[in-house]
Structures are given as structure tokens and as C-alpha cells.
Design a protein around this ligand. Structure first.
Ligand SMILES: *[C@@H]1O[C@H](CO)[C@@H](O)[C@H](O)[C@H]1NC(C)=O
Ligand SMILES: *[C@@H]1O[C@H](CO)[C@@H](O)[C@H](O)[C@H]1NC(C)=O
Ligand SMILES: *[C@@H]1O[C@H](CO)[C@@H](O)[C@H](O)[C@H]1NC(C)=O
Ligand SMILES: *[C@@H]1O[C@H](CO)[C@@H](O)[C@H](O)[C@H]1NC(C)=O
Ligand SMILES: *[C@@H]1O[C@H](CO)[C@@H](O)[C@H](O)[C@H]1NC(C)=O
Ligand SMILES: *[C@@H]1O[C@H](CO)[C@@H](O)[C@H](O)[C@H]1NC(C)=O
Ligand SMILES: *[C@@H]1O[C@H](CO)[C@@H](O)[C@H](O)[C@H]1NC(C)=O
Ligand SMILES: *[C@@H]1O[C@H](CO)[C@@H](O)[C@H](O)[C@H]1NC(C)=O
Ligand SMILES: [Cu+2]
Length: 627
């Protein structure tokens, strides 16, 4: 019988004292490696595992991943929080530049690109790999950091890529090396966490091959969907704070292609009749919730963020910012179109956030953004299909449909949940923020950070600047739970916060959604409604307008972790807090080298600032929280 204490399982035991094994050495087997080719992008040569492990992932068994000669498997039911196969190390070089870019027919003069592309460089890797990513900043007037959205960063808080929290920004001409292990699988995106920078283009997909909860024949590389703004996002953010009105996006861009005032193009891809396609969607928007559908095609949803779920069938999917879904579309339309072509629709939700400018009227009905052509279709004519009768709303997929494959049973919390109720909203008292204008916040004070002073270099502190919005989670039992409630708007009316829906993202953890309600939290009645039995889990969840979100996670990852709204304008305005998890254990957990490196990088940043006052003067140019 195989036992999980086997030496090459990835083991993490974090109760009381920490024993963390970041990169277990390989079993003493032969050196040759095993190779699993997969075809998501042409440049990728496949997965590499130690000799003795064989691929068990084929089109009839997508749930299996690798198997050894004793019959042990890593598969869709393996608890990836505890057991991870031993992959390979991949090194990737990224360069950030500022240059004009045209995604929708109209030039965006100050686009900021990763390796000259938008979406930026696709990083493709495999479950259990270690990534080394060298990020070179050639942006003339901005620092940068890169955040690996949803990646656990277990024991590597300093690699989370949040300036003023885990590091100083990387300055112009400098390179920062990120190194971390991929303990999860699925797809995500990576993006800048420096002010509004990702909204200008510093965002790209990250695909980690692993098992899936249903069968498919062909896989597509991830599709990054986003709103697109022609002017600089830094200018647009100025409008968020000072008006007039709210910042508007110009178009919807599907994997880099969109239409604006008659220019640009639709996203295009092909289906072969009868095949099942694994399609991976990422909402990389700035301010924008969307519904995705393909006319006449049903599909199955198989994952929420990094969490594989029991497949369910639908015709449309509601994707909040930062969220990801994998879907399997069978190329068998319910009604065959006359020319073999079908509209792919990406509709933004009015009332959820600000509207679009410049969308061609013909595209407005259900927002036509892409064309799927069957292999046998001909001609250059557009599809003639009509939209499914769907209604769009500013909310997550139905809670009860999101059933995780690997079950989590949530036990009673270590904290009193009523001590940890946070009000997310727009603070109606301008004196609580900077510049005498209204700000978004989730603690009493809108977040405002000093790029030169990351929290990670302040972990000896007994108190923090209120604008750092630090929340102390000093709960020592990493095997058990802490709960948090996030209320949209005021619960106790102290600050008169305005209620709306927000996509809430937590770093360093997947969280269980104990409740997602559109009514106000009640300290007496709500806890009894919490779902503790394999609730949905992910790393971004919609907080319903006027309602609340109750989440649970295990404090097994000492570090400083951001929790924020993923509407970039709201995070920039201050809707964010940082959880200091097991403060006195962070230094030992991530290791002393992390701190000396962070200090060196801060020196470089400070020196660059001193030497380039004409390029960047933060007393003048910092208008947002910094994240
Ligand atoms: C899948 O993996 C789990 C644990 O990793 C193992 O217990 C189970 O037997 C595997 N399933 C199959 C069909 O081998
Ligand atoms: C970032 O760069 C933009 C130009 O693309 C500039 O307008 C803005 O002031 C810079 N902001 C910061 C904080 O570096
Ligand atoms: C989406 O864009 C990425 C990055 O440019 C590219 O590698 C990938 O192939 C595209 N995916 C699809 C499905 O078109
Ligand atoms: C992305 O998420 C935002 C905010 O939740 C939403 O407004 C927007 O419509 C989403 N975009 C898509 C294409 O689903
Ligand atoms: C999406 O499709 C499902 C299944 O076809 C349907 O029940 C549901 O009402 C649709 N959702 C919306 C928001 O229209
Ligand atoms: C808890 O959530 C899961 C996943 O959505 C669902 O299957 C289950 O029915 C829920 N249980 C209760 C008691 O609501
Ligand atoms: C930001 O932090 C640095 C380093 O701690 C400090 O020298 C500087 O005075 C701070 N700036 C402001 C505006 O507080
Ligand atoms: C940490 O504590 C010192 C000393 O009290 C204080 O000056 C500093 O501002 C604190 N750091 C933060 C990030 O609040
Ligand atoms: Cu928000």
C-alpha cells in the first residue's frame, strides 16, 4: 500500500511549530525524465517529471495526471494543499516597456507591455514546477512589481509581488527575480500591482497543466478578457477620485483584440464539429464584470479559479474581475447556423460599474466580441446567430453549483467572527481620505502606502500607521480556521459607507465561501447560516451590494497578505487591507535572506527616486494607495 508519508510527497504540517519543506529533493531514482507533451501553445514542449512517473492524462481520463510504478497517482482528487508532484524548474525572462499599442483600431499611446505584447507573455508550466521569473523594468516613469494572482506562495511571501507590502518597486533599468513553487494547477494571470499599471497592459496569462474534472479533446491557451482604455490608466484614476463622473472604458478586448468605433476586429477561433474544447477564461478587467456565452452552444464549467469543481452545464457564465473559469464546450450546436459561424459574446453588466464608450451599435446587443467558425465554414460574412435569452447580473455563478472536487470540511473558527467584520464601501466622509475627496475603504482608513517602506520590512512593529490598514491575524493553529465577514456598505452606520458589489480577492490562500448573501450581516443570526460542508472556494468572490461575504481560511502561511477589491479604481482609492498572519513567525518561515534582499532592492528604488526627480516625484505623482 502506498502511504502519503512517502518521501517524495510534498508535505506541509503547520500546527504550532512550523515544519515547511519548500522543495523536497527527488526520490533516488534514475536521472532521466518523463515527458508529457501538451498542445496549448506552440512554444511549449511539455511537462517533465522524474523517471518512473508516467503520464496517465489522456482524452478519456483527464482526471489522472501522473502515476508511478507502484500505482500511486496524482489526480483530480489529490489534496494539492498537501501533496504536489515534483516538477521541473523553468526560467522566464520578462521585460516591461512603455510603447504605443493598438488593440481595437485606436492607438493607446502609453500602453505598458510585457515582452512587447498584450496580453503579455503566456507562461506555461506544469503542476509541481518551480518558476524563476526575471522581471526587467524598462518603464521610463514607473516602478513595478508583478503579482502572481491566486498563487499560494507557501513560505514565499516575499515573492507575492505587492509593492509597499512585500517589496519596494523595481525601478527603471533594474531586474527583480521571482522564484516560487506551483503547488496548484489550472490557469490564472499575473499582473503588475504598481498603482493602475496593469490597466495599461501589464497583465498576462499563466497556465499550469494538471488534471481536469471532465474529458476534453483539444485545449486552448487561456483567453484574457478585459476592458481597454485609450488614455493612460493613471489619468483615468484621477477621474475616479476627482471626477467629473467615473472613469469609462473604451472597449472590450478579448485576448488582445477588440472593436472601437468601427475599427479593430473580433476575436476569432475555430471549432471542429464534435470535438470537446477546454477553454480557459480570465477576467483581467479594471472595472468591469462580464458574462460570457457562445450562441447556440451549452458548456460545462469545471473550475473556479484554481479549484476544480464537479462539472455543471450552463449557457453563460458570469465572471468577476480576477476570476477564472475553465469550461468545456462541445462543438455540437443546438441549432446549426446557416454559415457555420457563431457569435461569442462578452457582455459587460450595466449598473455593476461604469459603462463603455465607443462600442459599435451593431455590437451592443449582447456585446459581440468574437467569432467561432466551424472548420467547414467559408466566406468572410459574419455570424447571423442570435443571443441566448440570458439575463446578466452583477453577481457570481450560483453558489450551490460550485462544488469543489477536493472537499474541505470547515470547523469552528479560532477567532470570534464578530470581531472580524469589515465594512467595504465608499466612505462618505471626505476627511477620512487624502485630497478632501471621498475614498473607498474596508477598514476605518482608506489604504495609502509608502512605496519605500514595505510592511514586510516592518514586521517587528507593535503598531502600524493607520493608512497601512493592517489587520493582525495572530492565530497559531495552521490546521484550523479563521473566519472573516465583509459587509458591503455600513453595518453599524458609523462611517456611512456606500454599498455596491465588489470582487474581493485574498492573497496567499484559497478561501471557503461560508456565506454570500445579499442581505445585511447579523451578528446573532448570520453565523448559523454558514455552510461548513464543502462550500465553494476560490481566491476572488463577489461581495453582493448591501449584503455580505463570509470567508474562512487556514492561517498556515505566515506572511503579509493583501485582501482587496479587484476593481483597480477601488483598490487604488483605498479598498484594501493587509492581514499580518502569525507576525512573529514570518521571519523564520520565509528565511533571513528575504529581508536582506528586500532591503537592497529598497535602496535601489530610493536611489533611483533621488536621481530622477524629473521622472517621478511621488509627493506630486502618487495619487492612489500604491496597489
Ligand atoms: C487519486 O489520487 C488519490 C490521492 O492522491 C488516491 O488516493 C486515489 O486512489 C487515486 N485514484 C485512483 C483512481 O487511483
Ligand atoms: C506612471 O507612469 C505614468 C505614465 O505612463 C505617469 O503618468 C504616472 O505619473 C506614473 N506614476 C507613478 C506613480 O509612477
Ligand atoms: C491568447 O493570448 C495569448 C498571449 O498573447 C496567446 O499565447 C494565446 O494563444 C491566446 N489564446 C487564444 C485561445 O487565442
Ligand atoms: C470582469 O469582472 C468585472 C467586475 O466584477 C465585471 O464588471 C466585468 O463584466 C467582468 N468582465 C467579463 C468579461 O466578465
Ligand atoms: C445561464 O444559463 C443557465 C442554463 O442554461 C440558465 O438557467 C440561466 O438562467 C442563465 N443565466 C442567466 C444569468 O441568464
Ligand atoms: C455548501 O456548499 C456546497 C457547494 O456549493 C453545496 O453543495 C452544499 O449543498 C452546501 N451546503 C449547505 C448546507 O448549504
Ligand atoms: C517613506 O518611507 C521611507 C523609508 O522608511 C522614509 O524614509 C520616508 O520618509 C517615507 N516617506 C513618507 C512620505 O513618509
Ligand atoms: C513601524 O513602527 C515604527 C516605530 O514606531 C514607525 O515609525 C513606523 O511607521 C511603523 N511602520 C509602519 C509601516 O507603520
Ligand atoms: Cu470594489
Amino acid at each position: 500500500m502506498f502511504s502519503f508519508s512517502h518521501s517524495f510527497a510534498y508535505a506541509v504540517a503547520l500546527s504550532g511549530s512550523i515544519s515547511f519543506i519548500s522543495a523536497l529533493s527527488l526520490p533516488t531514482r534514475d536521472q532521466p525524465t518523463h515527458f508529457i507533451p501538451r498542445q496549448a501553445s506552440p512554444g511549449f514542449s511539455g511537462c517533465v517529471y522524474p523517471s518512473g512517473w508516467t503520464n496517465c492524462n489522456d482524452k478519456d481520463n483527464r482526471g489522472c495526471w501522473v502515476r508511478d510504478d507502484k500505482g500511486f497517482e496524482y489526480n483530480i482528487t489529490t489534496d494539492y494543499e498537501d501533496f504536489v508532484p515534483q516538477g521541473t524548474t523553468r526560467t522566464i525572462d520578462l521585460t516591461l516597456t512603455e510603447e504605443p499599442y493598438t488593440a481595437d483600431g485606436t492607438v493607446k499611446p502609453l500602453a505598458k507591455l510585457i515582452n512587447g505584447k498584450y496580453p503579455g507573455e503566456l507562461i506555461e508550466a506544469c503542476w509541481g514546477d518551480t518558476l524563476i521569473v526575471n522581471v526587467k523594468n524598462e518603464l521610463p516613469t514607473n516602478g513595478t512589481t508583478i503579482h502572481w494572482h491566486g498563487i499560494r506562495q507557501l513560505g514565499t511571501n516575499q515573492m507575492d509581488g505587492v509593492n509597499a507590502v512585500t517589496q519596494c518597486p523595481t525601478s527603471e533599468g533594474d531586474t527583480f527575480q521571482y522564484k516560487f513553487k506551483l503547488t496548484q494547477y489550472g490557469h490564472t494571470w499575473y499582473h503588475s500591482h504598481y498603482s493602475s499599471q496593469y490597466s495599461d497592459g501589464v497583465a498576462a496569462p499563466l497556465l499550469i497543466h494538471g488534471p481536469n474534472s471532465d474529458q476534453w479533446d483539444e485545449e486552448w491557451a487561456p483567453i484574457m478578457v478585459s476592458d481597454w482604455i485609450h488614455k493612460s490608466a493613471f489619468e483615468a484614476f484621477h477621474v475616479e477620485l476627482f471626477g467629473p463622473g467615473l472613469p469609462m472604458a473604451d472597449s472590450i478586448v478579448v485576448n488582445g483584440t477588440g472593436r472601437y468605433n468601427g475599427g479593430g476586429d473580433y476575436y476569432r477561433n475555430k471549432f471542429e464539429a464534435g470535438k470537446k474544447y477546454l477553454i480557459r477564461i480570465i477576467n483581467a478587467s479594471t472595472g468591469f464584470h462580464f458574462h460570457f456565452s457562445i450562441d447556440n452552444h451549452k458548456f460545462k464549467v469545471i473550475s473556479t479559479d484554481f479549484v476544480p469543481i464537479e462539472p455543471y452545464e450552463t449557457r453563460n457564465i458570469s465572471v468577476g474581475i480576477g476570476q477564472r473559469y475553465s469550461i468545456i464546450v462541445e462543438a455540437t450546436p443546438e441549432t446549426v447556423s446557416s454559415n457555420g459561424k457563431y457569435w461569442m459574446r462578452t457582455e459587460y453588466v450595466g449598473g455593476c460599474n461604469a459603462a463603455l464608450t465607443g462600442v459599435p451599435p451593431s455590437d451592443q446587443d449582447g456585446q459581440r466580441t468574437g467569432i467561432i467558425s466551424y472548420a467547414d465554414s467559408t466566406g468572410t460574412d459574419n455570424p447571423t446567430t442570435t443571443r441566448w435569452p440570458i439575463t446578466v447580473g452583477c453577481k457570481d455563478e450560483p453558489y450551490e453549483k460550485l462544488i469543489p472536487k477536493v472537499k474541505w470540511e470547515v470547523s469552528a473558527p479560532q477567532n470570534d467572527v464578530n470581531d472580524d467584520v469589515f465594512e467595504a464601501g465608499q466612505d462618505q466622509d471626505p476627511s477620512h481620505g487624502r485630497f478632501g475627496v471621498k475614498h473607498w475603504s474596508i477598514t476605518d482608513t482608506p489604504m495609502w502606502l509608502n512605496f519605500s517602506n514595505p510592511t514586510l520590512l516592518n514586521i517587528g512593529n507593535t503598531s502600524f500607521d493607520k493608512e497601512y490598514a493592517v489587520v493582525d491575524y495572530n492565530f497559531k493553529d495552521g490546521d484550523n480556521w479563521v473566519y472573516m465577514v465583509i459587509q458591503s456598505g455600513s453595518l453599524d452606520s458609523g462611517l456611512n459607507k456606500l454599498a455596491t458589489a465588489h470582487p474581493i480577492h485574498l492573497h496567499g490562500h484559497d478561501f471557503a465561501i461560508l456565506a454570500q448573501s445579499s442581505t445585511k450581516y447579523s451578528r446573532t443570526a448570520s453565523p448559523a447560516t454558514f455552510n461548513l460542508s464543502n462550500p465553494p472556494r476560490r481566491d476572488v468572490a463577489m461581495l453582493p451590494a448591501g449584503g455580505f461575504l463570509a470567508i474562512a481560511f487556514k492561517p498556515d502561511n505566515p506572511g503579509v497578505w493583501l485582501l482587496h477589491c479587484h476593481i483597480a479604481w477601488h483598490a487604488g482609492s483605498g479598498l484594501a487591507l493587509q492581514i499580518i498572519e502569525r507576525q512573529d513567525e514570518i521571519a523564520g518561515f520565509i528565511g533571513a535572506a528575504a529581508f536582506t534582499e528586500a532591503q537592497d532592492d529598497c535602496k535601489k528604488w530610493d536611489t533611483w527616486l533621488e536621481e530622477n526627480p524629473d521622472k517621478l516625484d511621488l509627493s506630486r505623482d502618487q495619487e492612489d494607495s500604491g496597489i
